[in-house]
Design a protein around this ligand. Structure first.
Ligand SMILES: Nc1ncnc2c1ncn2[C@@H]1O[C@H](COP(=O)(O)OP(=O)(O)OP(=O)(O)O)[C@@H](O)[C@H]1O
Ligand SMILES: [Mg+2]
Length: 339
């Protein structure tokens, strides 16, 4: 849905050229949430702003649904892209409902329809409209303002949403709550989302894929379990930090490691869902250890077996993960996990 081909961006300031983004290529599939993460100044915001043409590219191409964005009308392009910025960016003299309905108003929607849409979206983001629609932004907490920002980005139902550190300015507890809400909303609305964060835990929680950037380049682009199990280089390991082993167990699912069912395995025994993390599977086995026999059946959502792991294979996955972790310096996570 969104394709970046060899995209670069250099800024010129005070006669010096600054390479902000350096030859990045990237593909974000429809309905996926990709997280851009990396140190300050690594080019995350610039990358995002090139997608909605708030910045022009120096070289390369960006395509949306196969069409070069340079050839599209910029107003129409942006109508199809919701944008959530840090601090909410709400208009202080507009009510919450009017803030949400800004783009619908620009598009000339009748008042009634705008109001209805705003109320629907406020409900979606967990702000009961009868309580919040007519307040002003200053009468809301930081977390509530962020939710209004998310509602506003969704107002005209754009297929794409760009979120630049949307939860950066709130306390950790509110942040957790907003992350969970975003997951729920995403299950409901399935947008194609590019999400920028500094927070590695947030990246693992939300990302279908994680794109780790440094100095304008992509260091690694993979599923969370890829980054954890096969980090491209020491920078990735260092960036992920000391919890790598624990995270690897959390973000690798049984489905990721299940094998085809070998012939001759008698049916019966435990079936665990493929979506279960290795960590949770380990806990299950700890609780129901007597029932496992030779191995674990891995099933789909409704419990039909689709794969298999012998107990030995399961132990090997655990062992590899923890061994990879032991190579990382100062890591005690491995010892802290009791299965
Ligand atoms: N308008 C500009 N003029 C000159 N240099 C710029 C401009 N915007 C960004 N840069 C530079 O481009 C580089 C990348 O900036 P960018 O804002 O994309 O980083 P970032 O990864 O979003 O960082 P942060 O995590 O701090 O938000 C930085 O070195 C920055 O100083
Ligand atoms: Mg930024």
């Amino acid at each position: 849905m969104i394709t970046l081909e060899h995209v670069s961006k250099t800024f010129t300031s005070h006669g010096r050229t600054v390479p902000a983004v350096d030859d990045i290529s990237l593909e974000v599939g429809e309905g996926e949430l990709h997280v851009l993460i990396g140190p300050s100044g690594s080019g995350k915001t610039t990358t995002m702003r090139m997608i909605n043409r708030l910045e022009t590219l120096t070289t390369g191409r960006i395509l949306i649904d196969g069409r070069d964005i340079q050839t599209l009308n910029v107003v129409e392009l942006r109508r199809g892209i919701g944008y959530v910025i840090q601090q909410g960016g709400l208009f202080p003299h507009f009510t919450v409902a009017d803030n949400v309905a800004i783009v619908p108003r620009l598009l000339g929607w009748p008042r009634q329809k705008r109001r209805q849409r705003a109320e629907e979206l406020l409900a979606l983001v967990g702000l009961p409209p009868e309580q919040f629609a007519d307040r002003y932004p200053r009468e809301l907490s930081g977390g509530q303002q962020q939710r209004v920002g998310v509602a506003r980005a969704l107002a005209v139902d754009p297929p794409i949403v760009l979120m630049d550190e949307p939860f950066g300015a709130v306390d950790p507890i509110t942040r957790k709550q907003l992350q969970r809400e975003l997951r729920r909303i995403q299950e409901e609305v399935r947008k194609t989302i590019v999400f920028v964060t500094h927070d590695i835990a947030e990246a693992f929680l939300l990302g279908d894929r994680i794109v780790l950037m440094a100095e304008g380049r992509i260091v690694q682009n993979g599923a969370p379990s890829d980054l954890l199990r096969n980090p491209a280089d020491p920078f990735v390991t260092a960036f992920i930090g000391e919890d790598r082993g624990l995270r690897a167990l959390q973000f690798t699912s049984l489905g990721d490691v299940a094998q085809p069912v070998p012939p001759g395995v008698p049916p019966g025994g435990m079936v665990l869902p493929g979506t279960l993390s290795i960590l949770d599977a380990g806990r299950e086995l700890g609780i129901h250890g007597d029932a496992i026999g030779e191995g674990i059946w891995v099933g789909d959502d409704v419990g039909n077996p689709t794969g298999y792991l012998t107990y030995q294979q399961f132990a090997a996955v655990l062992g590899e993960t923890l061994a990879a972790d032991a190579e990382a310096p100062h890591d005690e996570t491995a010892h802290a996990i009791h299965l």
